[in-house]
Design a protein around this ligand. Structure first.
Ligand SMILES: Nc1ncnc2c1ncn2[C@@H]1O[C@H](COP(=O)(O)OP(=O)(O)OP(=O)(O)O)[C@@H](O)[C@H]1O
Ligand SMILES: [Mg+2]
Length: 249
């Protein structure tokens, strides 16, 4: 597959929770093998966009293509089987289950657990020492590694990563990003929501900024610097804080 093949395309996507429209007129193309950063203020719709791509929220309008196939109404588990791997906000691991049990649950149905959790342990050796420990008793960084291990076990087409660095120490974030680079080097496409602008600018090929549910800027990471990006969406945040202050509270 050439580097310019599209793996995901959203056309004119609109999504809502009940009557509240959260995404409007989203056109987004993700090239096979690329790293795409998704930035925006709190509440801009970043998580919602990932949920729409993963199939957890059906768009009210528009179309989603995966490898050129229309998956707009395809159920999440089938999208997952077709190669979409969401690492959700808040990690999406089972805290009361052991590390081993979590890894086994990540595996595709047909896999044999004994051999196959190895790929996760190889990516994050510390998990190998924690296999019998409950996931909830891991450190925050270890929990995030466990969540990212899913991508190493399933080798998806595209990983949707939601705020992986939230609450983690810089050294741990380095480790998480190193693992994302490994996935990228294997040809896996990455769509990453990140709050640390410099992290994503260093890594991403393309950047999309969401402002109140619309793509307000999109281009190559090399075309924009941290300061311009920050003002793009911190500007939004200030407006939100102000309008919040004028609210009914
Ligand atoms: N389940 C839900 N029901 C109703 N409204 C929701 C729901 N989830 C999110 N929203 C609203 O949709 C908007 C977008 O939320 P979303 O979580 O996608 O934003 P975000 O960009 O990921 O924000 P953050 O940076 O805080 O994670 C927000 O106004 C939020 O309040
Ligand atoms: Mg979010």
């Amino acid at each position: 597959m050439g580097v310019d093949t599209e793996v995901v395309r959203l056309s004119e996507v609109e999504a809502a929770y009940g009557r509240t429209t959260v995404l409007r007129d989203i056109d987004l193309t993700i090239r096979q093998g690329s790293v795409v950063g998704l930035l925006g203020a709190n509440g801009a719709g970043k998580t919602t966009l990932l949920r729409v791509v993963a199939g957890l929220l059906r768009p009210r309008a528009g179309q989603i293509l995966l490898d050129g196939q229309d998956v707009t109404t395809t159920a999440p588990h089938l999208r997952n089987r077709a190669g979409v791997c969401l690492i959700p906000e808040g990690r999406g691991i089972f805290r009361s289950l052991t590390v081993r049990e979590n890894l086994v649950l990540f595996l595709p149905r047909h896999a044999s657990p004994r051999d196959d959790i190895e790929a996760g342990v190889e990516a994050f050796p510390i998990l190998g020492k924690r296999l019998s420990q409950t996931a909830g008793s891991l450190s925050g960084g270890e929990q995030q590694m466990l969540a990212v291990a899913k991508a190493f076990l399933t080798r998806p087409k595209v990983v949707l990563a939601d705020e992986l660095s939230l609450g983690l120490a810089p050294k741990i974030i380095d480790e998480i990003y190193a693992s994302l680079r490994t996935l990228r080097d294997e040809g896996i496409t990455l769509l990453i929501v990140e709050q640390y602008v410099h992290r994503i600018l260093e890594f991403a090929d393309d950047i999309n900024v969401l402002s109140r549910g619309r793509v307000s800027w999109s281009g190559a990471a090399s075309e924009i610097d941290e300061e311009s990006l920050l003002t793009k969406y911190l500007g939004d945040q200030e407006v939100e804080v102000l309008s919040g202050a004028r609210g009914p509270e």
